[in-house]
Design a protein around this ligand. Structure first.
Ligand code: NAP
Length: 332
């Protein structure tokens, strides 16, 4: 089968398409034919060698994908060949024509979703859910700013927050991105490349600020985020009641300086979010809830670009450019 192989960390060109034997599922494993693989920013950090946890070389990148079950190993009762699935993790990498998975890594792909849409679920939707609800304790009626709403995690966060009854503000950096965040349900959209957009956000909230911020680029925005949080939101400074303002740091590409007084004044919290820190029980519960929302049509990913598998290098280059507006997928 065809697969992308990385034999040394480096620029996108280290993503080479090669022919390797198709894996055979061992006990407790499932082999999935990959129809679409989702490309995530973390794939680019790992490929460049610039990430805390690196795989042994050589490796096949990718944790997200969608396709059909090809074969199951001994002891697998719950999956049969032919079933449509999406992958949130794999044992052998999803940038390939087939990938081995554990049962916990695959989930049914509802019929109303395409394989490319399925490949857009694995990391972005659970991350947005984990940020908003497990880490952020988002409540209906609160106002949330999705800072970076046009990307894969941002769009998921907009949809999930709207479905949960929040008032949603979102930012994007292009006209198309602004249209897209509105299409996904944002009540108001702001251009994060425009001078004065932060003031416009405060003005929109009548100077009150927002209860929650889901932050995709903390190294640029965190210091300003603190000034956009509502002071003692919901009338209480009781952090235990989760009614104070909170910033959920989902993405950051460097260090940042903040003024702690902006936190103190508002009894605010900065909370780190890392999907890999979610427990298996939390992940199972998140995916179960996502299934319901996907089937009901409350949430649906949007695909920005599709590349042939062999062109994975171009997909990585595209992902790191601004204004992509949605998920990039590879089609084997
Ligand atoms: P993506 O699809 O590439 O989206 C990136 C987003 O950042 C876009 O909406 C982009 O908007 C926006 N952005 C660019 N400049 C910005 C600025 N100055 N202020 C605010 N937003 C800005 O990436 P993704 O998959 O959504 O991931 C987003 C971030 O979260 C990445 O850093 C990723 O590594 C991280 N992440 C973390 C976790 C975790 O567990 N913590 C999980 C998944 C992803 P425009 O293009 O419209 O300008």
């Amino acid at each position: 089968m065809k697969a992308i192989r990385v034999t040394q960390f480096g620029p996108p060109e280290v993503l080479q398409s090669i022919e390797i034997p198709q894996p055979i599922p061992d006990q407790g494993q499932i082999l999935v034919r990959i129809e679409a693989a989702g490309v995530n920013p973390i794939d680019t950090y790992i490929r460049s060698g610039n990430y805390g946890r690196l795989p042994e070389l050589p490796y096949t990148p990718g944790s997200d994908g969608a396709g059909t079950v090809l074969a199951v190993g001994h002891g697998i009762q719950s999956w049969q060949p032919g079933q449509r699935v999406y992958l949130a993790g794999s044992l052998t990498g999803t940038y390939a024509e087939a990938a081995l998975c554990t049962p916990a890594q695959i989930h049914p792909l509802p019929e109303n979703l395409s394989f490319s849409e399925g490949a857009a679920l694995g990391i972005p939707y659970p991350t947005a859910h984990y940020a908003l609800f497990a880490r952020g304790h988002a409540q209906p009626g609160e106002t949330v700013l999705i800072h970076g709403g046009s990307g894969a995690v941002g769009q998921a966060a907009i949809q999930l927050a709207k479905a949960h009854g929040l008032h949603v503000l979102a930012t994007a950096g292009t006209e198309t991105g602004l249209e897209l965040v509105t299409l996904h349900g944002a009540d108001a959209a702001f251009d994060h490349t425009r001078l004065g957009y932060r003031e416009a956000i405060l003005e929109y909230t009548n100077g009150l600020g927002v209860h929650l911020i889901v932050e995709m680029l903390a190294n640029v925005n965190l210091a300003h985020d603190l000034t956009l949080l509502a002071p003692n939101a919901n009338g209480s400074a009781n952090a235990k009641a989760n009614t104070n303002g909170r910033v959920l740091v989902v993405g950051s590409r460097g260090p940042v300086e903040i003024n702690p007084r902006d936190l103190m004044l508002r009894s605010a919290d900065i909370r780190g979010v890392l999907l890999f820190n979610a427990s298996q029980a939390e992940l199972s519960s998140i995916h179960a809830e996502l299934q319901g929302s996907l089937r009901a049509g409350q949430i649906r990913p949007s695909i920005a670009l599709e590349f042939p598998l062999a062109d994975a290098a171009s997909a990585h280059t595209a992902l790191l450019t601004r204004g992509v507006n949605g998920k990039i997928v590879l089609r084997p």
